[in-house]
Design a protein around this ligand. Structure first.
Ligand code: SAM
Length: 344
């Protein structure tokens, strides 16, 4: 298998199933973000998408629909093996072969965390039915270790939108509306994933220095975004044509180049989040809450003030007040907005 190194990151030109078996040790990858071929004649996708094919890089290797089940089982077994305990995997899938991917996942010990819907623009045009404009993103974890989930990597839990809704809650809802990138006149891979989508998964589920793997590199968008966020990257692409073109582009990708463009979440004031409550803490909480309400603050405002004073999140304050038998009058299904309260 041919390999290329770019600033210490190794990329393989070859089949990911054979390649992972030969080159990637067990339990060595922190995060996998990947977008397998769809098994729907992806090499003829231009018949469905309204775009100029002159700028799409040739060489995309599709998997015949009849092989898709076995293919999915084989690569997902390898992905599960190389992931470290507590590592996360995100798999982007269309609807047609989703059942094969779900079936393959169930044959590993990977556990479902979320089934995310990614809604995008430029859907597949139809005239006698609804327009298809979403993909599925299967977010799973490997049991046996602590999973990275950087709760405030993008929005602090106390940050509010103009309508007073929680920005953090909204960013973590499992329907994501993210536009595809429009790159007129630039060479691109079929189905290139937008940087914004990739950055979101990488920010929440890895830390700087972690190893991010993509089993199907295509246009190397996962690798580029991971390097741009100061992560290490590795992965496989079977097409020599795509691999050669994209590896050269990657050589010009600066480590951490995306970091200056990230918004800075306001995370201050929650230094005690996750710490156990002492008896003193509980006493202060209850008496201070009563004092604030007596002095004319609304219960909602009192909770907010106590969050800042005690270095804890709103949920934690409300939950502890409830345990202490104090009514705060606000719902706990999602800060700043309602929810059904069903499920987790
Ligand atoms: C859907 S595309 C990935 C697109 C990529 N996420 C991007 O943003 O550019 C799937 C890629 O997998 C490659 N591929 C197909 N079979 C493969 C295999 N067995 N091992 C590695 N790569 C493979 C295809 O050539 C194609 O480039």
């Amino acid at each position: 298998m041919r390999l290329e190194e770019v600033n210490g990151n190794i990329f393989y030109n070859g089949d990911c199933i054979v390649g992972a078996r030969a080159c990637i040790p067990d339990d060595s990858v922190d995060l996998i973000v990947t977008d397998p071929p769809y098994g729907i004649n992806g090499d003829r996708l231009h018949h469905h998408y309204n775009r100029d094919e002159r700028f799409v890089v040739g060489g995309y290797v599709e998997v015949p629909a009849s092989d898709y089940g076995a293919f999915s089982r084989n690569w997902i077994r390898e992905a599960a093996r190389v992931l470290r305990p507590g590592g996360s995997i995100y798999i982007v899938s269309g609807y047609t072969n989703l059942y094969h991917i779900l079936h393959a996942l169930r044959q590993t010990d990977l556990r479902e965390v979320n089934h995310i819907i990614w809604r995008y623009n430029f859907g597949v045009y139809t005239s006698r039915k609804y327009v298809s404009s979403h993909y599925h993103i299967l977010f799973y974890e490997k049991p046996g270790g602590k999973r990275t989930f950087n709760l405030e990597s993008r929005y602090g839990t106390g940050e509010k939108a103009q309508d007073n809704g929680s920005l953090n809650y909204r960013d973590r809802e499992d329907v994501w509306c993210i536009n595809r990138e429009y790159k007129p006149g630039q060479a691109k891979n079929k189905n290139e994933l937008p940087t914004e989508l990739l950055a979101k998964m990488i920010q929440y589920s890895s830390n700087e220095g972690d190893l991010v793997c993509d089993m199907f590199l295509g246009g190397f968008s996962t690798a580029r975004t991971a390097i741009g966020l100061n992560r290490r990257a590795t992965g496989f692409e079977i097409s020599g044509r795509v691999f050669d073109l994209k590896i050269e582009e990657l050589r010009n990708t600066g480590e951490g180049y995306l970091l200056p463009s990230l918004r800075a979440p306001q995370t201050g004031g929650q230094e005690n989040r996750g710490l156990p409550w002492t008896d003193d803490d509980r006493e202060i909480l209850v008496s201070r809450f009563a004092g604030l309400v007596e002095s004319g603050e609304t219960k909602r405002k009192a909770v907010e003030i106590l969050g800042r004073e005690l270095g804890r999140g709103r949920w934690s304050i409300e939950k502890m007040l409830k345990i202490q038998g104090v009514r705060t009058g606000s719902r706990q299904t999602g800060p700043g907005r309602g929810g059904s309260g069903k499920g987790v």
